[in-house]
Design a protein around this ligand. Structure first.
Ligand SMILES: *Cc1c(COP(=O)(O)O)cnc(C)c1O
Length: 383
């Protein structure tokens, strides 16, 4: 059967098309005025000091670690239950990612207690990931970071305009750590196709990120184009992680929709919560969390059933699902273990469709089919 209810969809239309056309007509396609506007608007929305647009969230993470001089001999603690890019970006620097468990099956964010038990003499930083758009325990992590003199980096690929607490203060996720890294890949809440952003309130870190994203050149292309600067210098080994004005034009339109996009997602999530409440073979992580602070990126459930067979049956019924995630430790590159730190929380995990393409009737439809599939596919018990 064709896909009837896709996993996700974008809210995008005429404003984005017109904005891209305008950039094409201007004949300045690479990083320029639009990119600067996109960065300024992003920083403003989050209440961050500086924002740097880059080619992806993976690039953003790599630059954040590189700007902190993390490298060979260092360790960075990061979640086992995240996209592999979080740990890969640590490895690009020559440092070693150390994988930590989630809090529980009900709270899939990184466990401060397990992280603390993994801190050693080589630990330099903790990379948080706000799973599904829900904040990690920021009070615990800020205390931990201060006590052990560690830097916090936030992987915010799931959490644009999600919020966390610092004491009585409600802050945007990404503004707690020394750097917050965002993704504009096609499956995220807001997309530019490919793209990413680093926010920081540390001007030195910002300056290093700015330089490293464009070959280490000390005067960027756009300023050279406009100002009479002669020559440039290379102070350190940089990369080409630049963004461009075509995507910035899309991004600016998307940011204007961000509040609306997130609130629509929260509404659908609320509907899922009420329809699935009380099912004893389907449980909902984060069910007790206040959605007002969540970027509502994912709708995940644990099923007490054969989750692969459940997903196959849903697919037969035209419903696309996913799994966020198979733990990093389960991949061959990371040891290929099925008993890694996140093995128990990942067991039975399924991601259901969520996005602006869904009506309340679609949510209901998915829940009906999910219940049916769970009943039809009991777990294979060892004999
Ligand atoms: C999508 C994602 C990334 C990678 O983002 P890209 O922009 O594709 O590089 C990193 N971490 C998490 C948690 C993600 O979901």
């Amino acid at each position: 059967m064709d896909i009837r209810i896709p996993l996700t969809d974008l809210r995008m239309g005429e404003p984005e098309i017109e904005a891209v056309a305008e950039v094409l007509r201007s004949r300045w396609l690479t990083s320029g005025a639009r990119t600067r506007q996109f960065e300024a608007r992003f920083a403003e929305l989050l209440g961050a000091e500086h924002a740097y647009a880059v080619s992806s969230c993976t690039a953003a993470l790599h630059l954040a670690f590189a700007a902190l001089d993390i490298g060979p001999g260092d360790e960075v603690i990061c979640p086992d239950l995240t996209f592999v890019a979080t740990a890969n970006a640590v490895r690009y620097t020559g440092a070693e990612p150390v994988l930590a468990a989630s809090v529980s099956r009900n709270d899939l964010t990184l466990s401060p207690d397990h992280v603390e038990s993994l801190i050693g003499p080589r630990t330099r930083a903790i990379c948080l990931m706000h799973y599904g758009g829900y904040a990690c325990d920021m009070e615990a992590f800020e205390t931990l970071a201060e006590r052990h003199s560690l830097r916090l980096i936030e992987d915010c690929a799931h959490s644009p305009l999600g919020f966390g607490q610092r004491g009585a203060e409600r802050r945007a996720l990404g503004t707690f750590g020394v750097a917050g890294c965002f993704s504009f890949f096609g499956t995220k809440n807001v997309s530019t196709g490919e793209g990413g952003m680093v926010v920081t309130s540390d001007p030195d870190v910002g300056e290093r990120i700015d330089r490293l994203r464009t070959h280490g050149i000390t005067v960027p292309t756009f300023d050279r184009h406009r100002k009479p600067v002669i020559g440039y210098d290379i102070a350190g080994l940089g990369f080409n992680y630049r963004f461009d004005d075509l995507r910035a034009a899309i991004g600016l339109c998307q940011l204007e929709r961000l509040h609306e996009i997130n609130s629509d997602r929260r509404e659908r999530l609320e509907e899922y919560r009420s329809v699935l409440a009380g099912a004893d073979d389907i449980s909902m992580p984060f069910a007790g969390r206040d959605l007002a602070d969540s970027a509502a990126h994912l709708m995940v459930v644990h099923v007490d059933a054969d989750s692969c067979a459940v997903r196959a049956q849903l697919r037969e019924r035209g419903i696309q699902t996913s799994k966020h995630y198979d733990p990093i430790s389960s991949f061959e590159l990371y040891g290929g273990s099925d008993t890694g730190p996140a093995a128990t929380v990942a067991d039975g995990l399924i991601t259901l469709p969520l996005g602006p393409h869904m009506s309340a009737a679609d949510v209901n439809d998915v829940c009906v089919e999910l219940r049916r599939a769970v009943r039809a596919n009991p777990r294979q018990r060892a004999a």
